[in-house]
Design a binder for this molecule. Sequence first.
Ligand code: RTP
Ligand code: MG
Length: 158
Amino acid sequence: SAYVSTEKEKTLAMIKPDGIAGNYTDIIKKTILDSGFSITQEMLFELNEETVRSFYAEHATKSFFPDLVQYMSSGPVLIMVLEKVNAIADWRALIGPTDANNAKITQPNSIRAMCGLDLQRNCIHGSDSPQSADKEIMFFFNKASSDFFVTTEVYGPD
Ligand code: RTP
Ligand code: MG
């Protein structure tokens, strides 16, 4: 996307079930902090199918949707709010393209190149626009925080 901001922004990141199961959490968090993001909130959570359907509602008509729902509800995920100047576009650039096989060729330093497996199992999520970031942060952290175990003000890049 062409969207660039000079303001501090927040975006939503999620280590997907394959990333957690593959023990990539620590290296991903180190990459996040080394890239200048603060992690302002995080929670480890197991998404049920209904929550995945709602979170990825924009894909409800796609042929891969049932597989996506199964995958994303197959184990725990780590959901984080990241903050820095231009966080939304910079986080999308850092995670790399959707297809991890493509990422390994075109963006070998990206997170999906490091820990993703294929088009579906790409280990990490990032909000794709300011509108998505607001919506997704609201979805997990502002709506019904009593439903979740939320840790705030985790740590910064320094
Ligand atoms: P995300 O939303 O998870 O950050 O990924 P993205 O923007 O790069 O890709 P998107 O088009 O939003 O797709 C959401 C997730 O669905 C799975 N997918 N499977 N089998 C397939 O054809 C297919 N296409 C996409 C991936 O897990 C993708 O990240
Ligand atoms: Mg997406």
